[in-house]
Ligand binder design. Structure first.
Ligand SMILES: Cc1cc2nc3c(=O)[nH]c(=O)nc-3n(C[C@H](O)[C@H](O)[C@H](O)COP(=O)(O)OP(=O)(O)OC[C@H]3O[C@@H](n4cnc5c(N)ncnc54)[C@H](O)[C@@H]3O)c2cc1C
Length: 520
């Protein structure tokens, strides 16, 4: 998967593409996989790196959503539970089964949550991840050795999926490329073109590296830009009413010791009436999230002080050692592309269901949904897009399509397990060049071989691409990631031919970014 090859394809294309997809997050990449595997000619354009938006900033759960069950949205939960099962089947190297414990402090909680979580598991049918159980106090403590014991009566354990969001995204981009799609990062759609009939017939896109521009003709244009959907819709029709109510959620990452053990905590009712998770993730503890309406979405949203305080306070109510600001290794923020439903401001109550919307000019916008349901969302979108563009009808094949890297026993690759079958290639690099096998930082497992791999095979273009999305260093420990940046830039320079001033500029740009992921 080489960027230069993708650019050549764009340069050489003479006839219209079947589909142009704007946006390289879960939604866009999922559509590219679906459309290309049906045999349509597609090009996907992402203005920054693949996964730069919300799709690298989720809570990392592949889940039905216990909260939506509480809201009575049975259809959404059932659909998500099925997709959870399909995703584990098609990308087992990235999706794992995680035990979640709901700690009980009141007498009524065990029967109440016990019954609810039994229903949750029953709704999964043959896609179940494991039966829920009521735990005694001792069993709860055995699973959550660092939970507060004052007043603890017991707990309820249930099972859901966990994943690495940006690794899945990169693997989806690779899957789409293998199916024949053309995908480009750092190419921004700057205009939408219309034919004499007033209907959309393509886009104008600009390479953010070289400023080269293309006018790209397409039978249908799919807007998969998440929280940015309205801005792209306005490129076609400046006066369209907005569709999205953006809402941000933050996560704090701490040392693993705050949540020792292998189970997660699910707090079913925080003081603001939401759920909160504390999850073991890549050897760290991840806690989140919040739901705060935002005016204008940006690519690097910032946490609010009150959001940080709220998560620290809630975590402190449950953890033996209450985390403080000084313990925060990284804070990251994502923006939900929630679809507006009438009036009202409380974004927590808006639907997580996806929406497919046609503007009068023929622009198809697909948004909402969640990571877990990206495949299903893509299937619906491609059905609609193909119908609208009168493309030859072809059935969806993604229910049983393996995602790039598919490996049914990837745990045996240890720290490289997220690469699935690609781990073998990275191991080979380590053998042929032993200096690439050393960890780049004592507190993180990442090696030089992964940097080289990311550039050669995963279209990484900047230090940030490597440290934020090909590896997860920035999201796990912002200071450690910053310390790794000069060596990552040096290794990338060897692959991409950067001179010293470019290396220094890349390192400096990353340091500035990384400071936004620290709180002190
Ligand atoms: C805090 C939080 C936690 C979440 N946790 C979970 C979870 O645990 N499990 C789950 O299933 N779901 C979760 N979600 C939901 C899930 O992350 C999102 O639904 C999903 O990532 C949305 O993907 P997307 O592709 O629509 O948007 P994005 O990932 O934001 O992608 C849109 C892309 O479009 C690009 N773009 C914008 N304008 C242009 C342009 N002009 N030209 C080219 N490209 C452009 C952007 O750069 C961006 O990369 C969470 C969401 C949030 C906010």
């Amino acid at each position: 998967m080489r960027r230069s090859d993708m650019i050549t394809r764009l340069d050489q294309r003479r006839e219209p593409w079947d589909m142009v997809i704007i946006g390289g997050g879960a939604t866009g990449a999922g559509i590219a996989v679906d459309a290309a595997s049906r045999g349509y000619d597609v090009v996907l354009l992402e203005q920054h790196d693949f996964g730069k938006g919300t799709s690298s900033r989720s809570t990392k759960l592949v889940h039905g959503g216990v909260r939506y069950l509480e809201q009575g949205n049975i259809a959404l939960v059932m659909e998500a539970l099925k997709e959870r099962g399909l995703l584990r089947q098609n990308a087992p190297h990235l999706v794992s089964n995680l035990a979640f414990v709901v700690p009980n402090y009141d007498w009524w909680e065990a029967p109440f949550y016990g019954l609810g979580l039994k229903i949750y598991n029953a709704l999964a049918g043959k896609y179940g991840f494991g039966a829920s159980e009521i735990l005694t106090r001792e069993e709860t403590l055995a699973r959550l050795p660092t939970i507060k014991t004052d007043g603890l009566r017991g707990g309820v354990v249930y099972y859901d999926g966990q994943f690495d969001d940006s690794r899945l995204l990169i693997n989806l981009v690779e899957t789409a490329a293998e199916q024949g799609a053309t995908l480009l990062n750092y190419v921004r759609v700057i205009a939408i073109t219309k034919g004499p009939d007033g209907f959309i017939n393509g886009v104008v896109a600009e390479d953010q590296e070289t400023k080269q521009q293309w006018t790209i003709a397409a039978r249908v244009v799919v807007n998969a830009t998440g929280a940015f959907s309205d801005a792209v819709r306005r490129l076609a029709e400046p006066d369209v009413p907005t569709l999205i109510a953006p809402s941000q959620g933050i996560h704090l990452v701490f040392h693993h010791s705050f949540l020792a053990g292998e189970s997660a905590i699910m707090v079913p009712h925080t003081s603001d009436g939401r759920v909160m998770f504390a999850i073991p993730w890549h050897g760290h503890t991840l806690v989140g999230t919040t739901d705060t309406p935002v005016e204008t979405p940006t690519l690097e949203p910032r946490p609010l002080e009150e959001e940080i305080a709220f998560i620290l306070e809630t975590a402190g109510q449950y953890l033996l050692k209450p985390p403080t600001r000084d313990d925060i290794l990284s804070v990251f923020v994502g923006i939900r592309p929630l679809v507006k439903s009438g009036q009202g401001k409380l974004t927590a109550a808006l639907s997580r269901d996806h929406t497919i919307h046609f503007d009068p000019s023929g622009l198809l916008t697909t948004t909402g949904g969640k990571w877990t349901t990206y495949r299903n969302m893509a299937e619906h979108t491609v059905d609609q897009a193909a119908d609208f563009a009168r493309l030859a009808e072809r059935p969806c094949v993604t229910r049983t399509l393996n995602v790039h890297g598919f490996h049914s026993n990837a745990e045996r690759f240890g720290a490289l397990s997220v690469y699935g079958s690609d781990a073998l290639g990275i191991q080979e690099l380590m053998h042929s060049t032993p200096s690439l096998a050393a960890a780049l930082h004592a507190q993180l497992p990442y090696t030089g071989a992964e940097v080289v791999w990311a550039v050669r095979h995963e279209m990484a273009r900047t230090v940030e691409d490597v440290l934020a999305r090909r590896t997860r260093a920035l999201f796990l420990n912002a200071r450690a990631a910053e310390a790794m940046a000069p060596e990552v830039a040096r290794l990338m320079a060897g692959e991409l031919g950067w001179d010293e001033s470019r290396q220094a500029a890349e390192t400096a740009a990353f340091s500035t970014l990384a400071r936004g992921y620290r709180v002190q």
